[in-house]
Design a protein around this ligand. Structure first.
Ligand code: UDX
Length: 460
């Protein structure tokens, strides 16, 4: 595919959002520069591959790199002056006090400001606290007032990143200038127009796309509102999860089943069933950071968001709560005994282990219960440094069977299909003990019990 729109776009930062954005744009007829300063990530990208696992992504990268529509580079000088639009997708890690570290955001804007062409539009995709755009805009316009600016937060989920990006529920564009907003909107309209071609290259099965929204809602707002929409949406989803987890504790104590309770609750159309699955809590690169970031941003404006502090506390308590339940069921100690933890990624479908409660569970088993943990994940350990946060005593198994063989108990800590579709009789046969902990509430309790195992879920 050639550059049919004759427009060039730079995407700064090749993380989960940046790589996905660049892959889609480079297959939508744009010439795309993917700017990345990490040499290892850059080299991987140059080969048309992603450094993380995400379904459908590699075929898009390979096609675009081979066609020359995607060029990975570490040079602002070679890419920004040629770009009509720049999407900044750099990381916003949290500071030790929970506030967002915006040094990469500002550095990218400052470096870009040196090279942006007249009338170019700079788009901030990374999640930033409300008010950040005002500073970015002043950095950009201090050298050239014709540079446009818009906040265009990204809502994709890891594990379904391509589907989410090609069929978004909504596209939020927040700029204080109509021209820039329209420019950004046109990019999305182009992607939607090119969707069928992208689906073919990516190898997406069209049957799974039938119920998805044909066109997104375009929500045009002020710059500050767009920034606040993004953090509030993530905070609200995190709140739903923590709400379900706190009711799960009550269900445990009172003898109810949280999956039945939340099905009933979520059946009210005003509430909705999504994000009410109780379990070991949320992790990943967004929710933990965004909840803390919102608390901190509130305080900076003199607003105490106590409700988000409660969400954070509830979430942190879940791994320990589950292990407490396990402890109460043990008939013999597990110190120095083998236990299996299945799953390390923060959710199924990704290799990402950032802030993963599965890792927390494994570490607690190792450090507080002195178990010999054998951990298995189908994707996580393909990523460099994935085991950095694991206690050194934890061993990584090459297969699920290897992790389970002879273990006193098994914890399903990530809801990978491989674990859900394994017949509980297989778990029963491989384990030496009889406890199966379903930290994701993703198994059928009765089938587990029928296989002769003790089932420990969350709120069941
Ligand atoms: C999230 C937002 O969903 C997305 O819109 C935003 O752009 C980035 O942050 P992501 O972190 O990729 O996406 O994954 P998500 O599917 O939202 O899951 C986050 C965590 O919540 C995972 O650890 C998941 O296991 C957990 N979760 C999710 C629950 O514990 N229960 C649920 O009901 C749903």
């Amino acid at each position: 595919m050639t550059n049919t729109h004759n427009q060039t776009i730079s995407v700064i930062g090749s993380g989960y959002v940046g790589v996905t954005t660049a892959a889609i744009l480079a297959n939508s007829g744009y010439k795309v520069f993917a700017l990345e300063i990490n040499t290892q990530r850059l080299e991987t990208l140059k080969q048309g591959k992603s450094f993380f696992h995400e379904e459908y992504l590699n075929p898009l990268l390979k096609t675009a790199v081979d066609n020359g529509t995607l060029v990975a580079t570490n040079s602002y000088e070679d890419s920004i002056p040629k770009s009509d639009i720049v999407f900044s997708c750099v990381g916003t890690p949290d500071n030790p006090d929970g506030s967002s570290n915006l040094s990469y955001v500002y550095a990218a804007a400052e470096e870009s400001a040196k090279y942006l062409q007249k009338g170019a539009v700079y788009v901030q995709k990374s999640t930033v606290p409300v008010g950040t755009g005002e500073i970015i805009e002043s950095i950009l316009q201090s050298s050239d007032a014709s540079i446009g600016y818009a906040s265009n937060p990204e809502f994709l989920k890891e594990g379904t990143a391509l589907i989410d990006s090609l069929w978004p529920d909504r596209v939020v564009i927040g700029g204080n200038e109509e021209k820039s907003n329209t420019f950004v909107k046109e990019v999305y309209e182009t992607i939607i127009k090119m969707r069928q071609a992208i689906v073919k290259i990516a190898g997406i099965n069209e049957s799974i796309t039938k119920s998805l929204p044909v066109t997104p809602d375009y929500i045009i707002t002020s710059r500050n509102s767009a920034e606040l929409i993004k953090v509030s949406a993530n905070a609200f989803l995190a709140l739903k999860i923590s709400f379900a987890n706190s009711i799960a504790k009550l269900a445990d104590a009172a003898g109810a089943d949280i999956t039945e309770v939340m099905y009933g609750v979520g059946s009210d159309r005003r509430i909705g069933k999504a994000f009410l699955n109780a379990g070991r809590g949320y992790g990943g690169g967004c929710f933990p950071k965004d909840v803390k970031g919102l608390i901190s941003s509130g305080l900076a404006h003199g607003v105490d968001l106590e409700i988000m502090q409660a969400v954070n506390n509830e979430n942190s308590s879940m791994p320990g709560y589950i292990l407490e339940k396990v402890n109460n069921q043990l008939t013999r100690p597990i110190a120095n005994k083998k236990v299996a933890v299945l799953g390390a990624a923060f959710k199924a479908g990704t290799s990402d282990v950032r802030m993963s409660p599965a890792v927390r569970i494994a570490n607690l088993l190792s450090e507080k219960m002195w178990a010999n943990v054998s951990m298995y994940d189908p994707e996580a350990f393909t990523e460099d440094g994935a085991d950095d946060q694991l206690n050194r005593k934890i061993t990584i198994a090459a297969t699920m069977e290897e992790a389970l063989e002879g273990a006193e108990l098994a914890v399903i800590a990530t809801d990978w299909n491989e674990f859900k579709t394994t017949n509980p009789k297989v778990y029963a046969k491989l384990l030496s003990g009889d406890i199966l902990v379903d930290a994701m509430n993703c198994l059928d309790r009765d089938t587990v019990v029928a296989a002769g195992l003790k089932y420990i879920g969350v709120g069941r």
